[in-house]
Design a protein. Structure first.
Length: 150
């Protein structure tokens, strides 16, 4: 197996820790195929398995290509399992938007940041990723207004 790309390492390490701490009995990795197979979800799952998470504790959603699709396709799978609460793991810049999309699909959401150090080191990168996420939320204001289910 090829070495995982840098963004996938923290995106696999953080959920693996949550699993080993007993905070997440199952892990759902979400993300479709980019330019070349395998899917993002499969790369993250394979790394989690190498970090000691049993394969049977890992679920895959391999069709999504956006945050909205990650939440929508994952919601279908999670509902089939009876889930109502989820912990969303993502880059800190992306967590608000990811949380809001899962809220739109009716989940109670906790967040857990997976720090991608290369995005958090340089001032330009901090500015870029903050601006990118702000723009994404402004383009879809209904997402920002999502509230946790009552």
């Amino acid at each position: 197996m090829a070495s995982p790309l840098p963004p996938f390492v923290p995106a696999s390490r953080r959920p693996s820790r949550l699993y080993h701490q007993g905070l997440a009995p199952r892990l759902l990795f979400s993300g479709g195929v980019g330019l070349h197979p395998p899917s993002e979800a499969r790369v993250m799952r394979d790394l989690a398995v190498r970090l000691g998470v049993p394969p049977e504790a890992c679920l895959l959603e391999e069709q999504s290509h956006s945050t909205e699709q990650n939440a929508r396709f994952s919601a279908e799978l999670l509902r089939s399992l009876g889930a109502r609460r989820v912990v969303v793991v993502s880059d800190p810049y992306h967590l608000l938007r990811a949380r809001q999309y899962f809220r739109l699909h009716g989940f109670e959401v906790a967040t857990s940041p997976a720090f991608l150090t290369e995005r958090n080191m340089r001032l330009f990168d901090c500015f870029y990723w903050t601006l990118r996420e702000a723009a994404a939320l402004l383009l879809h204001p209904h997402v920002l207004l999502a509230r946790k289910p009552s």
